[in-house]
Design a protein. Structure first.
Lengths: 308, 437
């Protein structure tokens, strides 16, 4: 079994409202798994079921091949979207308390906290109250509290909200580092550029149903349209463009380039290879730019959601 | 994984270290004592003022009626008319002038009496003057009718009805008073405890919701553990506060009365005066003895055990409801609609306790209310000093515990769902729906 977390046919109702309908996901060990979906799709419900905050009506969740049990909370670190800390409690005390709730011993928690405080350049905050910190500073503490107990599975719900770009990068690097150290990450977000950057697997949930999942790269292959961005330099652009349009399907291009006279998106029929196009183009003009259009996570998200 | 001790510790320390909690703990007894001392001091000043009252008695009958008292001196005026007497009294800044007008009454020549003064006179002085005049006139009439006053006085009798139950337990009025005091104190203590610390629990649940930490916590511990931890931690903080109040209050009371020389315990009320006189009399020994036996007569063991159980049961029952309310709403202002059903039974319990139990501790109303779970802790605690059969106590306690188990289940449901609900004010209908989630 190479999956750290498996959810099988999970369903959940709230009264008449169906929050999750027969959703299954498999999160491979050591991956960063993007859990995507529009607002109210059911992501948070699924995450809460994994965290044993809510119980599923039907279906099972397995962690490391075994059915989820109460002690598994020690193996999970969860950073909810709605997050906060006790405002009038001191940073150190609070972190110790939360770590102990996750089953750490006091000494161990202290040592780890020291390590993390140095790592994230948190100096003498130990005796400060949360309400004396800025929002970004409090978020750092929250991040530390989430990862402190070395969980196998980390669940981040919109981890970058509230961070400035510098701290967001810092946190992103920490997440990648944690993955290097063997943690598996479930990552729920609306920000597609961070999905692009971080995730290697994704699942898309829409209206309580899972409508797409798999390796990001495989999904991109599925969604590719055999379209190429073409940038040419020539004296006689009109003639060249019309000759291309005779043989290939041409779409308007939006890519940015420095000095091409002609910018086109060329869509190839199934039996035509990219080399055919390239050799045709080189015979007509000087090729400066030739790239396959890879569908962005954003496009895939919007397309799939609209189709359903 | 049992996190309960950890949660209790945090809740307790957070409460106890809270600035306003500390201030309230130390300030409240000071304010209370200061208030008591002030009132005692003021009433003492008032009573200690020496006053002079001039008496203009046209009849001459009352010449020996008004004799000097501790703080009131009487000054008989002779050979002066009313107008001059008024001027005289007013110029000497005396308290007032009692004018007894001569009439045609054959016996006493008394027609009417009037009191002239600068300000309106104190009620107690007027009634004391009235009493003196009435007594003199009554005596005169009795003598005229040939009645021997000495005989009347000799024939005055005072009795106390001794009380005894069929089982042979002797009781007395002292007993009843003591029982009432014990029961009332226990019931009232519980009432105050629920109101103060129940609210504290509710606020602490709301705080976790508004600070949004709840989801982090709830991913580590079971909601019911968190709820119980809160209830127990807050109760311990409450007990700490109560103990400090009692100790501090006692010490300060002693201190204040020592420093200011005010006998705070004996406020100058009329009953206290009576009790004091009684204590000074030869019967005092008897009285103290009686109080002591009455105390021993109380079902002390039963009282202590029952107090513990009913206090605990009642507090836990109400505090789980408070916790549920806290979980259901977003802010303290939204709690009003849910507070009514909690406060009502409490108030009813206290009213039943005060009005019905005193009148008839084992009557139908008291008995019924001492079984209904939301009122039983208060009412039963008030009834127990009067001797409640053990089976009734056990039955009532069983009902209370069963209800507590139910409310904890109910509150935990509401709590589990409510703590993760933001933004909308739930209706009762929605709360009911949450039970099925």
């Amino acid at each position: 079994m190479n999956n750290l977390l498996v959810a099988e046919n999970v369903s959940k109702h709230f009264g008449d409202f169906k929050a999750l309908n027969d959703v299954s996901i498999a999160v491979p060990k050591g991956s960063i798994f993007g859990l995507l979906g529009p607002n109210g799709a059911g992501k948070t419900t699924l995450i809460r079921i994994i965290n044993q905050i809510t119980m599923p009506d039907k279906g099972k969740v397995y962690l490391d091949g075994e059915a989820l049990k109460p002690t598994d909370i020690q193996n999970i670190g969860y950073l909810p979207e709605e997050r906060g800390l006790y405002k009038s409690m001191k940073v150190g005390e609070q972190a110790l308390y939360l770590a102990q709730l996750k089953g750490m011993s006091k000494q161990d928690a202290k040592a780890r906290l020291k390590y993390w405080f140095e790592r994230l350049e948190i100096g003498d905050w130990w005796n400060k109250k949360i309400q004396e910190l800025s929002k970004g500073q409090a978020q750092k503490i929250q991040f530390i509290v989430t990862v402190l107990h070395r969980p196998k599975l980390l669940i981040f719900d919109e981890p970058f909200s509230g961070f400035d770009p510098i701290n967001a990068t810092l946190i992103k690097d920490e997440i990648l580092q944690l993955r290097e150290e063997g943690a598996t990450v479930i990552f729920s977000t609306h920000r597609m550029e961070s999905v692009e950057e971080l995730c290697d697997h994704i699942a898309l949930i829409h209206r309580s149903n899972k409508i797409l999942d798999g390796k990001l790269i495989d999904i991109k292959r599925q969604f590719k349209t055999n379209t190429f961005e073409v940038g040419l330099q020539t004296q006689d652009s009109e003639a060249v463009v019309s000759s291309i349009k005779e043989r290939f399907e041409v779409l308007p291009a939006t890519f940015k380039n420095l000095n091409d006279d002609i910018k086109l998106n060329v869509k190839l029929a199934e039996n035509v290879s990219s080399n055919d196009l390239l050799s045709f183009l080189t015979s007509k003009a000087e090729v400066h730019h030739f790239v396959e259009v890879i569908p962005s996570a954003n496009d895939i998200f919007i397309q799939t959601v609209k189709r359903n | 994984m049992n996190h309960l001790p950890l949660i209790i510790k945090r809740e307790y320390l957070t409460k106890v270290r809270n600035k306003s909690f500390i201030i309230m703990t130390f300030l409240s007894p000071m304010i209370m004592i200061a208030l008591i001392a002030l009132v005692a001091y003021l009433s003492q000043i008032n009573n200690n003022q020496d006053r002079t009252i001039s008496v203009l008695d046209e009849t001459g009958v009352f010449s020996e009626v008004f004799t000097d008292e501790e703080h009131i001196k009487y000054n008989y005026l002779d050979n002066i008319n009313l107008e001059n007497a008024k001027d005289l009294v007013s110029s000497k800044e005396e308290y007032g002038l009692l004018y007894i007008k001569k009439g045609s009454d054959s016996l006493s020549q008394f027609e009417s009496a009037k009191f002239y003064s600068e300000d309106s006179p104190s009620l107690s002085i007027i009634s004391s003057l009235e009493g003196k005049i009435e007594k003199k006139l009554t005596d005169l009439k009795l003598v005229q009718d040939g009645v021997d006053i000495e005989k009347i006085q000799a024939s005055r009798t005072r009795i106390t009805i001794g009380q005894e139950s069929f089982l042979g337990e002797k009781t007395s009025k002292t007993d009843s008073w003591l029982k009432l005091a014990f029961g009332g104190a226990a019931g009232y203590l519980l009432f105050m405890f629920i109101i103060i610390y129940g609210n504290m629990i509710m606020r602490s649940v709301i705080e976790e919701k508004t600070s949004r930490i709840i989801e982090v916590i709830i991913s580590s511990v079971k909601p019911i553990q968190l709820m119980m931890g809160k209830i127990i931690g807050t109760s311990l903080a409450g007990i700490t506060q109560f103990i400090i109040w009692v100790l501090l209050g006692g010490v300060m009371l002693l201190l204040v009365s020592a420093i200011f020389g005010i006998d705070v315990m004996q406020m100058q009320g009329p009953q206290q005066e009576m009790i004091r006189q009684a204590m000074e009399s030869p019967e005092a020994q008897n009285q103290a003895q009686e109080l002591f036996t009455a105390f021993l007569n109380l079902p002390l063991l039963n009282l202590c055990v029952a107090f513990m159980f009913f206090f605990l049961g009642g507090f836990l029952l109400y505090s789980s409801l408070y916790a549920a309310i806290g979980a259901a709403v977003d802010s303290e202002t939204d709690t009003q609609q849910f507070m009514m059903p909690i406060i009502m039974p409490l108030i009813i319990a206290v009213y039943v306790g005060v009005f019905t139990v005193i009148e008839d501790p084992h009557g139908t109303v008291s008995t019924i209310f001492s079984f209904i779970p939301l009122t039983s802790p208060v009412v039963m605690l008030m009834r127990i000093p009067f001797g409640v059969p053990i089976w009734q106590q056990i039955l009532s306690l069983a009902i209370l515990i069963a209800t507590f188990a139910f409310t904890v289940w109910f509150a935990a449901k509401i709590y589990r769902v409510g703590i993760l609900m933001y933004g909308k004010k739930p209706s009762y209908k929605e709360l009911f729906k949450w039970l099925k989630y």
